[in-house]
Write a protein that binds this ligand. Sequence first.
Ligand SMILES: C/C(=C\Cc1cc(O)c2ccccc2c1O)CCC[C@H](C)CCC[C@H](C)CCCC(C)C
Ligand SMILES: C[S@@+](CC[C@H](N)C(=O)[O-])C[C@H]1O[C@@H](n2cnc3c(N)ncnc32)[C@H](O)[C@@H]1O
Length: 251
Amino acid sequence: MAAVRRRSGSEPVEKFAEGADERQELFNRIAPVYDKLNDVFTLGMHRMWKKWSISLSGAKEGDKVLDVCCGSGDLSFLLSEKVGMNGKVIGLDFSKELLQIAATRQREHGRSKPCYKNVEWLEADATNLPFPDSYFDAATIGYGLRNIVDRKKALEEMVRVLKPGSKLSVFDFNKSTSKVVCRIQDWMIDYIVVPVASWYGLTSEYRYLKNSIKEYLTGSELEKLALEAGFSQVKHYEIAGRTMGNLVATW
Ligand SMILES: C/C(=C\Cc1cc(O)c2ccccc2c1O)CCC[C@H](C)CCC[C@H](C)CCCC(C)C
Ligand SMILES: C[S@@+](CC[C@H](N)C(=O)[O-])C[C@H]1O[C@@H](n2cnc3c(N)ncnc32)[C@H](O)[C@@H]1O
């Protein structure tokens, strides 16, 4: 693997992890602490939010479903329980390190969660999905679309691989139009997230998070982009004090 370029943490955040390769390296670097820090920062609430997002996807027993940007597998495992032993889950991500953590979690929970055998991990890019047209009954993407450089291409790929009438559930931070909500997000990142991340030598990686939210799309902009990508019905919901949001797009 190419030598990982380390930043002193003093570069302007706007310039950090601009390209897909840099983001891939970023997620490979944060992989060892990603799950633990998410539980710490949200007091475990992110797991409840992800369950909500899965419920909005329409995934059901026996379905074949795709979790894009699956990372360490949180949504993939929730989908696994939803579709059951007769269903199939593909967890797709371009971070080898996070996929290895997902596979380890799958093995470790193999006995208590036999349905996890229905999950398959795939190292691939969300903007070039290696699947035929109209292949999946539902798809999810959690904290992923915001991190994809070519978001419209990724959404167009998700339209292509979904069966007509099926849904994509997009969970992420909410780029709120409320100054109060933006201040809550900024305060949490500046005074809790980044200082804690710095204990692990990941200051820049978690400082990137703040800029990625500022560069993200509002709920109405996400709805517009999904329609442009080919979805026929769209609806964006806000949760967690409007700090998080979920777009449901139907093909
Ligand atoms: C689970 C969280 C973040 C996932 C995550 C997503 C990314 O894109 C990253 C990119 C780079 C590095 C790390 C990540 C990453 O971890 C949530 C993190 C915590 C939030 C920043 C702050 C928590 C918000 C409050 C708990 C919301 C509650 C408000 C209250 C209910 C009014
Ligand atoms: C914040 S993590 C989210 C992981 C998981 N969905 C969750 O909810 O915890 C973002 C994930 O998106 C992946 N990612 C970003 N851009 C990608 C792309 N173009 N193709 C595939 N994966 C991508 C990263 O590797 C990372 O695993």
